[in-house]
Structures are given as C-alpha cells and as structure tokens.
Design a protein around this ligand. Structure first.
Ligand SMILES: Cc1ncc(COP(=O)(O)O)c(C=O)c1O
Length: 432
C-alpha cells in the first residue's frame, strides 16, 4: 500500500489521499513504437492511399487473424467503421437498427449517418450488455440489423443474438470498440456477426491516437467497404462492382505502424489486467453496497476496457453516486460515474429532424421505449475505472480497495452534499 496517514478524514474534505503515486501510463509506449514511427516517417509513405497501403494491409491481416476473421479493413475511426459496416452489410436507408441504450453515442449516431433509424433496447442489469428479450420486442418489418456492444469488460450474449437474428433475418454488426482480443467460446469477437467494428481512439485497449477497423469474412461486404472508405473506388478484382459515392475514411500508415506494435502487446496486457481484476472483484464481493458484473462462462478471453461495478447508495449513507466517484477521485483513484448517458435521453443525440428525416418519421410513428435499466446505471449506479489502473501491481489494486473502503467508512461525512458543493470542494483541492 502507498504511504498515507492513518486519518480517516476524506481527501475531498481536506484529508490525505490514499494514493498519490502515478498510475501506469496510457497509451503504453516504448522503443518499439519509436522505431516503427521513425521508420515510417523516414520512408515518407505516411498516408492511406493506395488503399490498403502496405502497413495497413499487414496490420489488418494480423488483426483479422487474431479475431478469427477472413478480412479486416483499416479506417479513420470507430464511428465511421460502424457507419460503413452497416452500409456494406446491405442495411438500407430508412431501416431500423436495434442498438443498446447504454453505450457511447457513436453506436447510434453511426446508424443515423448511414441513413438508418436507431431503436434503443434496454440492457441486462447483470451484464450491462443488450437485453436480447428487450431487443426481440422491438423488431418490426422495418428492422434490418442489430448492433450488440461488448461493453466495458463483457461480451453481449452472442448465441442469443445469433439465434434472434437468424429467426428474423437480421444482419448483426458487433460493436467491439471496447473488446480488442476478446473471445466468446474460444472465437474472436468481430467474427460472430456479419461484421465487427473496433476503435483505436486514445483511451482504447489498442490505440494510434485515433483509428478504427472493420472485420468481416464476407467478400461482398469487403468489396463494398473498400468503395465506401476510398472515395468510391472499387476494390481491385471486386466481384460485383457497385457504384457508390465514398468518403475518404482511410487510416494513415503512420497509425498502422503503431497499431502493429500495440497488437503485439495485447495478450500480455490482457493477462496482467485479468490478474489484477480478479483481485479487485474478490475485494468488491465483500464490500457492502458494491456488486460485480456477471461474466458468462462463454467469455473465454476477457477484454477489460474499463473495470466497472455497481454502486448502491443506501449502503453508503445515501451518498449520491456522483459524490462517491468524486470522493474516490480525491483519494487518487480516477473513477467516473456518468461515463455514458442513457441514449434515449442523451444531450449528444439531438439530431436535426430536417436532416435525419427517417428518424423523425420513425419517432412520429412510435415514441422511443423507456430503458429503465440503462437510466439506473447511467445516473445512479455505474462506476467506471480505466483499464490502465489494472496494468500495474497487486499493491495498486490494494490502493483502489483501500480508497473505496475509506469512502465507505466515512460516507456519512459527505451524505447530503449537493453535486455543486462537491465540485467546489474538488476545485479547492486541485487549487492547493
Ligand atoms: C462503444 C463505442 N462505439 C463506438 C465508438 C466510436 O469510436 P471512435 O471514437 O474511434 O470514433 C466508441 C468510442 O469512442 C465506443 O466506445
């Protein structure tokens, strides 16, 4: 444990924080990244054209193999990867696309960008992934696709989703932005649906600052992807050239160079995080008011993008979840609560009805269904810890647990505090 005084006075109220030592840095980086970036810089072949450029092609082949897919195509980020994947899978403009209500807004906005209508299914409160029963109840004759998100540290129930999609003839796009290298029943995520989409944005488990990739084993989907991300140009040898107006959504080869190194690091990082996460889970089991996610036995390789758990305010003297995470952060553990909104009420999803006409027409036909589980998590119960906190030692985990226990023990000192007051205390602390 890191040294700290024995006082139980909370750091948010002027006490000594449990943790002042730095956490493992993210992105992880070292001489390997320096070597490949320098080599790419020197040879001058930086861009993504011609598509796929050499480094992007090599990286995409390795990434596809790691996820048990035939193909992968690098793109600019994990939002456009969803957008082009939906189109390449043949999902038509105006079609309804079922997405979970608890995820990053891009899962839904990508459907809008593809001209489709996102329809929100509630999530399973034990796994935080899409509730397949809730999704089934939303299917209409307009539904053409479902987009399960493998959220935080879990994998959506791919067997149940596959069965539902098979029964109703739906396309499946896995949003794997959090799940690089994860496996369901021994097979890579991104290989279970018609396509998979990954993000390489800075916080993600593999990163080049920005970036994305689409995985698929379907040749026609790959042909269409090429045209959509490369200004409409057909993939050389494409079986069915289809005229499209494409964007320039190419990834640069500088990014691909970094990603090759990040892929090599992934398995070792998974092992370290898994070891530390199991220590943290074991501690959480014994803390009144906190509960772990249910991780299915079919998750055979877990990817932990964020370590998440559920907070019950009653066991913490009625403390608001946002006050709890502020108190944890003051103790030196960078926790977040409102990491995601519930999408049906999110401020970031207020599309202009004139531009997204299919959506406004759909809303006029049928209002968005309530998603109470997503709301409970988003605004009252979820706690998120970034994955790099688990890339260190057992002592780091013990510091996290000690901070949680300290807040638990002195929760009544904070009970009744308004969020505005907490913000004032937080700022006063950082000004010291
Ligand atoms: C679940 C999910 N989907 C999609 C995205 C979009 O990825 P990007 O930020 O690379 O556009 C993100 C990430 O930020 C995400 O968390």
């Amino acid at each position: 444990m890191s040294g700290h005084d024995s006082s139980t006075r909370l750091a948010l109220l002027g006490g000594t924080p449990v943790r002042t030592a730095p956490w493992p840095q993210w992105p992880a980086r070292g001489p390997d990244e320096e070597r490949v970036v320098l080599a790419a810089l020197r040879d001058g072949d930086w861009g993504g054209f011609p598509l796929p450029n050499e480094r992007s092609a090599t990286f995409a082949a390795a990434f596809a193999e790691r996820h048990d897919c035939e193909h992968a195509l690098c793109v600019a980020n994990g939002t456009v990867s969803l957008e082009v994947a939906l189109q390449a899978m043949g999902v038509e403009p105006g079609a309804e696309v079922i997405v979970p209500a608890y995820t990053f807004e891009a899962t839904a906005s990508a459907a809008l960008f593809a001209g489709c209508v996102p329809v929100f299914a509630d999530i399973d409160p034990d796994t935080w992934c899409i509730d397949v029963g809730s999704a089934a109840a939303l299917i209409t004759e307009r539904t053409q696709a479902i987009v399960p998100v493998h959220l935080a540290m879990n994998i959506a129930d791919l067997d149940a989703i596959g069965a539902l999609a098979g029964k109703h003839g739906l396309a499946v796009l896995e949003d794997c932005a959090h799940a690089h290298g994860a496996r369901w029943r021994g097979r890579g995520v991104g290989s279970w649906g018609d396509a998979g989409s990954f993000s390489f944005q800075s916080s993600k488990l593999m990163t080049a600052g920005e970036g994305g990739i689409v995985t698929t084993s379907d040749e026609t989907t790959l042909d269409r992807l090429h045209a959509l991300v490369n200004c409409g140009r057909q993939r050389p040898g494409a079986a069915e050239p289809a005229p499209v107006i494409g964007h320039n959504y190419r990834m640069t080869d500088l990014q691909a160079a970094v990603l090759e190194v990040q892929l090599d690091r992934l398995d070792h990082q998974h092992e370290v995080r898994a070891r530390n996460a199991s220590r943290l889970r074991a501690a959480i089991e014994h803390i009144d008011g906190l509960s772990n996610l249910r991780i299915d036995d079919r998750v055979t390789t877990q990817a932990i993008y964020q370590f998440v758990f559920r907070f019950d305010s009653e066991a913490f003297a009625g403390l608001d979840r946002d006050v709890f995470v502020a108190a944890l952060a003051a103790e030196g553990v960078p926790a977040d609560g409102r990491f995601y909104e519930s999408l049906p009420v999110s401020e970031l999803l207020r599309p202009d009805p004139a531009r997204y006409t299919a959506w406004s027409e759909a809303l006029a036909r049928r209002p968005t269904a309530e998603c109470p589980q997503a709301e409970r998590l988003a605004y009252g119960e979820s706690v998120w810890l970034p994955h790099q906190l688990l890339l260190g030692t057992e002592g780091d985990v013990d510091d996290m647990v000690e901070a949680v226990l300290k807040v638990h023990g002195s929760a009544s000192d904070l009970a009744g505090l308004e969020t505005a007051e907490v913000e004032r205390l937080r700022q006063a602390r950082s000004a010291r």
